[in-house]
Design a binder for this molecule. Structure first.
Ligand SMILES: Nc1ncnc2c1ncn2[C@@H]1O[C@H](COP(=O)(O)OP(=O)(O)O)[C@@H](O)[C@H]1O
Ligand SMILES: [Mg+2]
Length: 402
């Protein structure tokens, strides 16, 4: 059987650019080369797309040089169903124009971005337009999962357990900072945690036990986003993460993990540089796999995770994070990561699913989703163009009540 061509997309204009490189390199190394040819598609901090074998080695990124031999600038052909990566070069001769070369034709894209411009629905929108299979959650679930304010409203609306929180806009804070502080203090008691709405990896996150610290945390968070979530802080919560794999009502949960943060808010460096090797990303972080938190709580977290996965119409592999309040044993959802660090492969490994097999499943699910999409009718025809006269009164478009 012919090998499938996988296009691994990563990097991009995101604060988590480097973490994405690590996740993508891990994935490309794990993919079964008997089944797949793998094309790396690296998006730089400036938003330029490159491909080439050199991208498979970590050194290439130390001081990324786009002019290095073996790298080719590419763009995605957005023609529905094409899947082509195109390279344009200046032709030679009298009538030289731009020459277009198809560098690769991708059967399935694997987005391995973390954060903005990749995990947030924007890349998913591009891939939907291009009408090619891709392994991550779709536009809506990705967008809700990236926005901590909308995510909280969604979870709350679904009746899932979330901590109380308030949101604030940078423009409002700049005009009247005291009013934002007053409002927060009215709604929440200290401690609180302040998070930029659309970031990840704890970037811009701050802890506040009083008004002065709250102001400091808001100043920091607003450097990263114009919208900020302020949430009730839990004292040394027990953190539990659960990965879910599936699509379209079929879901499977992974082993659970307890990140070894000793209850502290893990910052970026602790998350990714704390382990034995900084090249291992999320997989290197200290953790207890399948921690003993009691069968009931484990079961509840697994059930919640599958429900959330389905509610957001997720696809492929996601990770949902929880906090348990030590005082009350209450379980709260922290967030969903629709493209988790290291794709959570280590949680599946623990369950006996190798990374290669996990990638197989992701590709199968992407293809299943594409088949489902292809069943939809995108060419509904009506007589509307025949009966309408623009600007005229006859046959005006009528609007109806919803
Ligand atoms: N309400 C909270 N109380 C205490 N610690 C929290 C709370 N919310 C988050 N944290 C800590 O901060 C970390 C980052 O928060 P999270 O919402 O997961 O944002 P990010 O997208 O940056 O990972 C969590 O992993 C957890 O350690
Ligand atoms: Mg998190």
């Amino acid at each position: 059987m012919a090998k499938k061509m996988l296009g691994v997309l990563y990097g991009s204009r995101s604060c988590e650019h480097e973490v994405s490189i690590i996740s993508a390199l891990q994935l490309m190394r794990a993919a079964d080369r008997e089944k797949y040819d793998v094309t790396p598609v690296y998006i730089t901090q400036n938003g330029e797309w490159y491909t080439g074998e050199k991208l498979l080695s970590l050194e290439t990124y130390n001081q990324f040089d786009p002019y290095r031999s073996g790298l080719k600038r590419v763009s995605l052909d957005l023609t529905a169903g094409s899947g082509a990566l195109l390279h344009y070069s200046q032709g030679k001769g009298l009538f030289r124009g731009l020459t277009e070369e198809v560098v690769a034709r991708i059967d399935c894209f694997i987005p391995v971005f973390h954060g903005m411009h990749g995990e947030d629905g924007s890349m998913q929108g591009l891939l939907e337009l291009a009408n090619v299979p891709y392994t991550s959650t779709g536009i809506t679930g990705s967008a809700i999962g990236m926005d901590k304010i909308t995510m909280k409203r969604f979870f709350r609306g679904m009746g899932y357990p979330t901590l109380p929180g308030v949101s604030a806009l940078r423009s409002g804070y700049e005009k009247a900072p005291e009013a934002v502080l007053d409002q927060t203090e009215k709604e929440l008691s200290y401690p609180v945690i302040v998070k930029p709405a659309a970031l990840g990896s704890s970037i811009g996150v701050g802890w506040a036990e009083n008004r002065a610290q709250l102001k400091e945390a808001l100043d920091l968070a607003f450097q990263y986003d114009r919208r900020v979530l302020i949430e009730k802080g839990l004292d040394h919560p027990i953190e539990i993460n659960c990965s879910v794999l599936g699509f379209d009502g079929e879901t499977e949960t992974s082993a659970l993990e307890m990140p070894l943060s000793s209850g502290e808010v893990l910052d970026f460096a602790q998350k990714y540089l704390g382990g034995s090797s900084s090249s291992k990303g999320m997989a290197s972080m200290g953790r207890i796999l399948n921690p003993d938190i009691g069968e009931n709580t484990s079961q509840r977290i697994r059930e919640l995770s599958r429900d959330i996965f389905t509610a957001l119409d997720c696809k492929g592999v996601v990770r949902i994070d929880y906090m348990i309040d030590r005082k009350t044993d209450e379980v709260y959802i922290t967030e969903i990561n629709t493209i988790p660090g290291s794709l959570s492969f280590y949680l599946w490994d623990k369950k006996g699913v190798s990374y290669a097999r996990l990638i197989d499943r992701m590709v199968e699910l992407a293809e299943q989703a594409q088949r489902e999409k292809d069943q939809n009718n995108f060419a509904y025809r009506s007589e509307i163009l025949h009966s309408v006269r623009l600007g005229g009164t006859k046959g005006k478009l009528k609007t109806g009540k919803l």
